[in-house]
Design a protein around this ligand. Structure first.
Ligand SMILES: Cc1ncc(C[n+]2csc(CCOP(=O)(O)OP(=O)(O)O)c2C)c(N)n1
Ligand code: SF4
Length: 288
């Protein structure tokens, strides 16, 4: 059986000391081992950003894609090889700005993959511009007088577009984060896990202390029921999205792959795709 050490490689992360993304990397490695995966069964697909580098720091199959495009690639990987556990990952800019269209449709499509967003409320890699997760009034080089746009609420967005698994965590809550990633991997459908992962270099507002002061654990809210979409939405609105834990899970809805007529049990990646000459000629003739 693999341990989290088997998911380590020799690449030294070049994140700034103290960046929240270190814990997310460790959490993915631990969760993968805890659910019984081996590196050959896991694919980590990422977009572009500091957070996007994560796919290079985990010993598994990996693909460092292009900005905002982790999800189309991850869905393609899962469709071609349903035997792989697929984790897509990236920053809040990657998933909720340039990649938002993909995020919305991947959520409602409900393919069996786990999407982990490292949400630092800023663009880290490009040296600190406002992201769609930055609060109104947030000052950066791109909004020197303060942002005049309200922040997007990704958890509420996910609930409105038909999500079947919505969770949120804080990078220092390693135990909770590992448990949520495990639950996301086991969920039969699309799981979205938004992780508050502070950028210590450029975001001087949403710091570790700020999150500690402002986050509420759902496990501390009496009677919270993650099977109730209504309660999930009300709670998110009440706490301005600043809750951690399993927000919502629908265990009934089948995944995309379970619904496609004729979708083969045999992964496309393992199928013999060679065409003999007669079939090839027939195909060409059809298009002539
Ligand atoms: C098509 C495209 N547009 C813009 C960029 C520039 N760019 C690279 S990363 C990034 C945003 C990074 O922020 P985020 O996704 O939140 O990740 P972080 O670096 O904060 O982890 C941008 C705008 C790019 N690489 N490609
Ligand atoms: S710039 Fe921010 S997000 Fe990027 S590695 Fe440094 S602390 Fe992390």
């Amino acid at each position: 059986m693999a341990t989290f050490k088997d998911f380590r490689n020799d690449v030294k992360p070049n994140w700034c000391p103290g960046c929240g993304d270190f814990s997310v990397q460790a959490a993915i490695q631990r969760a993968a081992a805890n659910v019984g995966l081996v590196p050959e069964n896991l694919a980590v697909i990422s977009g572009i950003g500091c957070s996007g580098r994560i796919s290079g720091y985990i010993n598994s199959y990996g693909f460092h894609g292009i900005h905002g495009r982790a999800l189309p690639i991850a869905q393609g990987v899962k469709m071609a090889n349903r035997d792989l556990t697929v984790i897509a990952s990236g920053g809040d800019g990657d998933g909720f700005a340039i990649g938002m269209g993909h995020t919305v449709h991947a959520i409602r499509r409900n393919l069996d993959i786990t999407y982990i967003v490292m949400d630092n409320q800023i663009y880290g890699l490009t040296k600190g511009q406002t992201s769609p997760r930055s609060a109104m009034g947030f000052k950066t080089k791109s909004t020197p007088a303060g942002s005049i746009e309200p922040a997007i609420s990704p958890m509420e967005m996910a609930l409105t577009v038909g999500a079947t698994f919505v969770a949120q965590s804080f990078s220092t809550d390693l135990k909770d984060l590992v448990a949520l990633i495990e639950a996301g991997i086991k969920h039969k459908g699309f799981s979205l896990i938004n992780v508050f992962s502070p950028c210590v270099t450029y975001n001087k507002v949403n710091t570790y202390d700020w999150f500690k002061e402002n986050l509420t654990k759902l496990s501390d809210i009496e009677g919270y029921d993650p099977s109730s979409r209504e309660m999930a939405m009300q709670t998110l609105m009440k706490y301005n999205g600043l809750v951690t834990g399993l927000i919502y899970q629908d265990t009934e809805r089948p995944s995309y792959q379970d619904l496609i007529p004729g979708y083969s049990e045999e992964p496309l990646a393992k199928a013999d795709l060679n065409l003999d000459q007669a079939h090839f000629d027939k195909l060409v003739a059809e298009f002539m």
